[in-house]
Write a protein that binds this ligand. Sequence first.
Ligand code: GLN
Length: 476
Amino acid sequence: MSAVAAVEAAFRRADEVRAGPDGLNAFVHVDREAAVAEAAELDRMVAERLDVAGRPTHDAGRSPLGARPIAVKDNIATLGLPTTCGSRILAGYRSPYEATVVRRLREAGAIVIAKTNMDEFAMGSSTEQSAYGPTLNPVDRTRVPGGSSGGSAAAVAAGIVRIALGSETGGSVRQPAAFCGVVGVKPTYGRVSRYGLVAFASSLDQVGVFGKTVDDAAHGLSVIAGHDERDSTSIDLPVPDFRAAARESLEGLVIGRPREYFPDTLDPRIRDVCDAAAERLRGLGAVVRDVSLPHTSLAIPVYYIVAPAEASSNLARFDGVRYGLRLAGDGLTGMYEATRSGGFGAEVTRRILLGTYVLSAGYYDAYYRKAMAIRALIRQDFVRVFADGVHVLLTPTAPTTAFRLGAISDPYEMYLSDIYTATANLAGIPGISVPGGTVDGLPVGVQFLATHFDEYRLFAAAYALERSLTEQGEHP
Ligand code: GLN
């Protein structure tokens, strides 16, 4: 298929499912003409056997992704489309440069057809905290798609694109992937460049990938992963071909089932989906073992100290001087106050206040320093089980299926959505969510976690589970 045909097909599907503000509200910035023109340019280069830089190539027409429409979360910088983080404070903001992940995808033949809706500054678990209004879950439009990368998850679930980018600080790719019935991968901290990702909590943030299938996610991650001299936190390690993991045998793979992720209070139907997945993998030669990660229950309190602390510092740059919105006030301080009060929504304001508080003199030791010490224990739990011979952990991605729009108004209850995902961000390890089944017709995600830089094993387990479910006609 030509690039133009692929992009036009994606837009047709977007119209069919009403992806825009009158429907799913998954897309917040779209420029059809520009996307089609870019596709036409790509087709021309393929015809003339040029690569993206305009150099002659023998590989034309066989670019790694092959003219694929993709969607990108609104906190990842793109040339051509605004980058507004779902926030009023960045209304109309256009980045003068492009994120490395987007550049790499374009060079591989991808065309960005839209920026996707998200919780403001990626703070949230439902995509209801967006200045553009909530995104709906394509599986059931009365429900949330999860968050904060809900627009990207919905775009993939609705069949508009097969690959979309999201970002992860505490679960924002894996949890919406689980809620929408698609695949979502969060790479190891340092695996993917964050150049051009708007910072939320810098010790936790990573770009992640949504895929319609495991292979789509593996494909996307293979393209974006690897060292970038523009991000000194990206690690210079070889990137395996994650798609080759499809051929791995599970013979001898040791899967840990952490008991803290299966408490008595867990919905038994979600537990059953996970246990059925473990059973399938056992049938393929894996060994399943009970393990313990004793500090798991501290992850949410720790995350909601560390992430707001870093956010309060990162978001100080949005002051009405350099980016987006500026509201008039009395003098310079008045302008700051008016801009920040009027530009940030309720959840972002809450996080800035909370973060400023835990970092302030007198509270730093009581909260922030203590949280950092416990964070080290959470990381240590993982290091220990992986050193004990466990290759991957299998857990639920989220404690519930997609909840109804407006159902959760208590912020703390919303924070509990991240209970099984935030641990990986705190520890820096990679994780993937794969559709494992349904409960009352709603998707349930099975999560795999692995040790640092072992995404390959995650993919091996994910491919095997997906294949086993598909072969038996049970793929949700
Ligand atoms: N839901 C979590 C939060 O609100 C995680 C968000 C994310 O991963 N960006 O902070």
